[in-house]
Design a protein. Structure first.
Length: 279
């Protein structure tokens, strides 16, 4: 897969619904692939230390489509990192997610791979712009719970389910860093699995804000994420009408349905059509 920069609302090549799957559960690999746009085979948090060797073997012994598979490796400072890379060499997978990415120098250790850098610590969030600038970085993702843990906190969300200010700051920082360097931004997982209404609202906000994809931790979340990223027929028709009006106006700025329209508003409409596969 040739990495394509995420620019002006273009979708992530593997998105929009990415599904984590523990690499020590090979019986789940095919099902995860069938139910999502891409699978993230997880060698890190989802796998206990004494199961990591088996999980690495599963990468080669239970293959998936490499065009739709990401392997999350342990952090560059982990005792497991070198073994993860050795296992990867025996597979066709060339897109990896680097857990707890904290410095651009870590990306140099993964030059042979396309990297989704998971910025989920205070250091990683602050380094997000320099990480995004690395040539083999194809995307940035952020993580709320590890971030708060790195700060000594206890929860990323308030009692009403809304993110705390520090988590929102991290989310925005990663999105801006990715966008500034033409890379995809991937929104964090939604951990309350039964709350599909909350997930739908958060995914809709991710779309509107410019995230190229959202990660899922359960197959039941995929449909809600896909629905959020699929423009409604009404929004597609509205975007088409607006762009047609702009062509007819033939000016840089014009009034449409009582509102001022200029270049940025037209790009919003173009992004809707691209998500619908029409741009």
């Amino acid at each position: 897969m040739t990495a394509q920069p995420h620019a002006h609302g273009a979708p992530f090549a593997m998105g929009p619904a990415l599904l984590f799957c523990p690499a020590d559960r090979p019986e789940r690999f095919a099902k995860a692939a069938e139910r999502s746009d891409a699978v993230i085979l997880d060698l890190e948090d989802a796998v206990a230390p004494d199961a990591k060797a088996e999980a690495r073997r599963n990468l080669a012994e239970t293959p998936l489509d490499p065009e739709r598979t990401i392997v999350r490796v342990n952090s560059a400072g982990s005792v497991h990192f070198d073994a993860d890379l050795e296992a990867l060499e025996a597979t066709p997978y060339r897109t990896v997610m680097l857990a707890k990415a904290e410095a651009p120098e870590e990306l140099a250790l993964l030059r042979a791979y396309r990297v989704v850098a998971l910025c989920e610590t205070a250091a990683g969030i602050l380094a997000a712009p320099s990480i995004a600038a690395e040539p083999n970085t194809v995307g940035l993702m952020w993580g709320a719970e590890d971030l708060v843990a790195s700060l000594g906190g206890t929860s990323s969300r308030a009692a009403d389910g809304a993110y705390r200010a520090v988590a929102l700051h991290a989310r925005s920082t990663v999105l801006l860093a990715a966008g500034a360097h033409g890379k995809a931004a991937i929104d964090a997982v939604y951990t309350d699995i039964p709350d599909l209404e909350g997930l739908s609202a958060e995914a809709a906000d991710a779309v509107a804000s410019g995230f190229a994809a959202k990660a899922c931790i359960h197959p039941g979340q995929v449909a809600a994420v896909r629905a959020a990223y699929a423009p409604s027929p009404e929004s597609v028709e509205a975007a088409r009408a607006l762009l047609a009006a702009a062509e007819a106006a033939g000016t840089g700025v014009f009034q449409y349905q009582g509102k001022m329209v200029d270049g940025p508003i037209l790009r919003h409409a173009e992004a809707v059509l691209r998500r619908a596969g029409l741009g």
